[in-house]
Unconditional design. Structure first.
Length: 458
């Protein structure tokens, strides 16, 4: 700048510099989308240039931590969520001599999806099908996540199926999201119904010769389920829907009996049993009585019954002895007449009885009459050893000593006379002659020893 009209003075000048500052740059960010059920939104304001500070205005909601934070989190009001959007203005502050600058961002509040699904009720070991019934709310559905509730891996397909390993109630969850990132969750409780355990028993009507069987259902299922229907297939003779039917069979033979038990939720189990149907049992037996005089007589019985698999014997003695073996034996210690009774039965409880009268007359109580006075160990199988069978029956603790004519001991036995004397001494055959025994019964009722001679011949 130069002075003018200076008169007689010299002209004077001065210089001033004017600086033009660029206005601040304000960006409120791109328009944003948030979910109505999670509407709080992080703002993305940026201010640069002449200032880096600003303030948010235009909303009825709240800013966290405050409206001067460029990246504050905005929580809209309920009215803004209901309208579906709000416009926020970011205005620069601390502008110096510059005018403030602002920018606008639109927050759009999108409807969340509505999760829903359906499923079928099944029995154990069957597959449960899950069908998605969700709606997007806004945009389109973009993802699905299924959690079955049994610690198995999740599924991410829109529809899925699953086979549960136990019969119980499960909590299955579906989380869906739409193309705006909004999500919704729903849980439902599918029930896996237990299977019944089909089983049955068989009894027989034992009167007459008709082959009539009674079938008794013993199927079971976990409470509170109940079994409410039965289907029987008798392998040819017929069928029935009764719980406990009876059936007349045309003849003996093999039949496959099948039962299908069904619960109140239509869960089924099947059991099949092979049936060998025979005529009613017929009792019968034969017997043999040991010969020779002894303190006890052994009788062996041989079963000759037909179609039986259980045997009950009564031997008719005073002690009430009996047996359930098929071919038993018993020992009688008194002479007399005994009534033997055999009762046989089959697997269905049908029975038959046979009886026989036997006479025992070869029992003696005279010990001396039971001691042989000679042996002939020549290998012909007759009298090869000095038999004292009564000892094992009545006197198992008896002791025996045998001497030659010079008083030399050639045999000794202390209890358990299981290796009878065979006319040898130390493995060598003794000469023909008379030998002498001393038999001690070691019994409180027979304290006196028995003594006598044994003629050894060959």
């Amino acid at each position: 700048m130069n002075s003018t009209n200076n008169g007689n003075c010299n002209q004077v000048n001065d210089t001033i510099v004017i600086n033009f500052t660029n206005p601040p740059l304000v960006s409120a960010g791109v328009d944003l989308f948030a979910c109505k059920n999670n509407a709080s939104t992080i703002l993305g304001g940026v201010i640069s240039g002449a200032t880096t500070t600003g303030v948010w205005t235009g909303g009825a909601g709240s800013f966290n931590p405050n409206n001067t934070a460029l990246t504050a989190t905005y929580t809209p009001s309920a009215a803004e969520i209901a309208v579906g959007y709000v416009n926020l203005i970011l205005t620069s502050t601390n502008n110096g001599g510059c005018n403030s600058v602002n920018d606008l961002v639109k927050l759009n509040f999108m409807a969340k999806p509505f999760a829903n699904f359906n499923y079928n009720l099944v029995c154990l070991n069957n597959t449960t099908t899950f069908t998605d019934l969700s709606s997007a709310g806004s945009g389109t559905l973009s993802s699905w996540e299924w959690t079955y509730g049994d610690a198995t891996p999740t599924a991410t397909t829109q529809n899925t199926s699953h086979t549960f390993s136990n019969s119980t109630t499960y909590t299955t969850q579906l989380v869906v999201s739409n193309s705006f990132g909004c999500y919704d969750t729903i849980r439902k409780t599918p029930i896996i119904y237990p299977l019944p355990n089909a089983d049955f028993g068989i009894n027989r009507i034992c009167n007459g010769n008709l082959l009539t069987l009674i079938f008794s259902d013993s199927s079971s299922v976990s409470s509170p389920e109940t079994i409410n229907s039965w289907f029987w297939d008798f392998g040819g003779p017929g069928q029935s829907n009764l719980q406990n039917p009876s059936q007349l069979f045309p003849g003996s033979g093999f039949y496959t009996i099948k039962l299908i038990a069904t619960t109140n939720h239509n869960c089924k189990d099947t059991v099949s049993k092979q049936l060998n149907l025979t005529p009613r049992p017929s009792a019968g037996f034969a017997y043999s009585i040991s010969s020779g005089v002894n303190v006890g007589t052994t009788v062996n019985f041989v079963d000759t019954s037909s179609y039986s698999n259980n045997w009950t014997w009564s031997f008719g003695d005073a002690q009430g002895n009996g047996s359930t073996q098929q071919n038993p034996s018993t020992i009688y210690y008194d002479n007399g007449t005994y009534i033997i009774t055999q009762i046989v039965s089959d697997g269905y409880g049908c029975s038959d009885t046979a009886r026989a009268v036997i006479k025992i007359n070869n029992i003696t109580n005279e010990i001396s009459t039971l001691i042989p006075n000679a042996i002939s160990p020549n290998g012909d199988g007759k009298n090869d050893v000095w038999k004292l069978d009564f000892l094992s029956l009545l006197y198992p603790n008896a002791s025996i000593e045998i001497y030659n004519r010079w008083g030399e001991n050639v045999y000794i036995s202390e209890g358990n006379y299981t290796n009878p004397w065979d006319g040898t001494y130390k493995g060598q055959a003794l000469p023909v002659g008379t030998y002498y025994y001393v038999l001690k019964l070691n019994d409180a009722n027979n304290t006196e020893p028995f003594k006598g001679g044994i003629l050894l011949i060959r």
